[in-house]
Design a protein around this ligand. Structure first.
Ligand SMILES: Cc1cc2nc3c(=O)[nH]c(=O)nc-3n(C[C@H](O)[C@H](O)[C@H](O)COP(=O)(O)OP(=O)(O)OC[C@H]3O[C@@H](n4cnc5c(N)ncnc54)[C@H](O)[C@@H]3O)c2cc1C
Length: 424
């Protein structure tokens, strides 16, 4: 049996040996996608000697205002603080060796202070996604380094393949609809939908966000109490996702919906649309909000913002071009130049923690790229193994949260609750 500490397949170093960066030449790294992960990776590589970056992005401006929270392990300085999260602290210890974790902590210490202070700030609480993107983008520009070239384009997969010169690296940070993920499957299936994607559909949900004109505190008890009477649709606010701006609370939560309901909704809409098309769901929200008002008299400011999302847990079966290496396809650029997936391109997890995981993968990858004497085959193997371990971690965490959520939703229905419990 293959141990998780061993790569499932091993890259052969021979092909890549010919493509190692020529002495005296910068290692050219092409990054497709300047979302949070592509930007962080760029900012990390920008400060490293011997690396130049070409960053490709299709959006002209950063407009995503959703509030996001980053995990405190991103700025951890000890094994204890790295494993402080009560849901996945034990999984981390089960999956990673202390030595590997120590290496990650050591890398954090090498992160330039301008970047580290941004990370420290973001793990404190909440902030809009576009603030993270804009701050990283400005930091890259303000450093004034010629090592980063930014290119505004909608990159096509064929173009990404064609730009690769021998010795170049290509990193796909293009998000959940990854440009290259399914192209990394070698053979006749390459490029076909899901050729390289393992997808676990956990549920469909609407994400509902609103502003409340009073401080509003929430915990598991009040999640339950405020949903009493909501038999079908329960609004589950993410406790950590309530942000305070003076007396104003930003509340975000999710409501489970069916696949048919998901199909019947536009991607984004407001409370009025919800009211006219989904009255029962609206009543559940009204009941929940009325109970907030009983506790802390206040009003909803503005309207609800609603977004439908599939909560998918997925991973790229190959997070690098390693498969192409041993495939006897030396004519293909992927067999000669290393390709990596990072961020949502590589792994996607619901329940909102993906940026942090993408940031960690970016840190690990930057730590590999800077090692000029590391054979490329070994680099691919190490990255694959690392991503696989991160996948195990996030898989365990997501399944646990989904299970807890299912139990929570059945608390008033004892037979349904017992049906979900598997003891021995
Ligand atoms: C409602 C909601 C709430 C969330 N809350 C949180 C949270 O609290 N915490 C958290 O950690 N995560 C959260 N997430 C998830 C988080 O937003 C994503 O994990 C994160 O944005 C992924 O970052 P990324 O850089 O990998 O990909 P993206 O953010 O998807 O960035 C990809 C970038 O690539 C660009 N791009 C794509 N294709 C091309 C192309 N062909 N050519 C050029 N450019 C291209 C895109 O324009 C984009 O800028 C939330 C997600 C949702 C939907």
């Amino acid at each position: 049996m293959t141990s998780i500490k061993e790569p499932l397949i091993k890259a052969k170093d021979n092909n890549f040996a010919a493509t190692e960066t020529l002495p005296g030449r910068d290692r050219c790294v092409h990054i497709v996608g300047a979302g949070p992960v592509g930007l962080l990776l760029t900012a990390l590589l920008q400060s490293m000697d011997g690396v130049s970056v070409r960053l490709y992005e299709k959006r002209p401006t950063y407009t995503r205002t959703r509030m996001v929270k980053l995990a405190s392990y991103l700025v951890a300085d000890s094994l204890e603080s790295y494993q402080a999260d009560h849901i996945d602290g034990e999984s981390i210890a089960a999956i990673f060796d202390d030595e590997e974790l120590e290496q990650g902590l050591t890398f954090r210490q090498s992160i330039p202070s301008d970047l580290m202070s941004l990370l420290r700030n973001w793990v404190q609480g909440f902030c809009p996604l576009n603030t993270i993107e804009q701050s990283l983008s400005s930091l890259i520009d303000e450093r004034g380094s010629k090592r980063v070239q930014r290119i505004a384009t909608v990159m096509k997969a064929e173009e990404a393949v064609a730009i690769l010169e021998p010795g170049d690296f290509l990193i796909d940070c293009s998000g959940s609809n990854s440009l290259l993920r399914d192209r990394l499957a070698e053979g006749s299936a390459t490029g076909q939908a899901n050729a390289n994607t393992l997808n676990i559909q956990l549920e469909y949900a609407v994400v509902i966000t609103f502003l409340y004109g009073q401080p509003y505190l929430c915990n598991e008890y009040c999640k339950y109490n405020k949903n009493v009477g909501n038999l079908k649709y329960k609004f589950i606010p993410a406790v950590d996702r309530i942000a305070y701006d003076g007396d104003i609370s930003h509340v975000t939560g999710i409501v489970n919906i069916s696949a048919a309901e998901y199909e019947a909704m536009p991607p984004k809409f407001d409370g009025e649309w919800l009211r006219s098309h989904f009255p029962e769901l609206t009543q559940s929200m009204d009941r929940f909000i009325d109970k907030i008002k009983e506790e802390t008299p206040g009003e909803i400011l503005g309207d609800l913002e609603v977004m439908r999302i599939p909560l998918n847990l997925y991973r790229a079966r190959n997070a690098t071009s390693r498969r192409w290496q041993g495939a006897g396809r030396n004519d293909h650029p992927f067999a000669r130049s290393p390709v990596f997936l990072a961020g949502d391109s590589a792994i996607g997890s619901p329940y909102f923690q993906s940026i942090s995981m993408g940031f960690e993968c970016a840190m690990f990858l930057a730590g590999l790229i800077v090692q000029r004497d590391l054979p490329l085959g070994e680099m691919l193997d190490r990255y694959e193994l690392y991503i696989y371990k991160q996948w195990l971690r996030v898989y365990m965490r997501s399944k646990m949260i989904k299970h807890n959520k299912d139990l929570f939703e059945s608390l008033d229905d004892t037979p349904a609750l017992l049906n979900l419990l598997h003891i021995y």
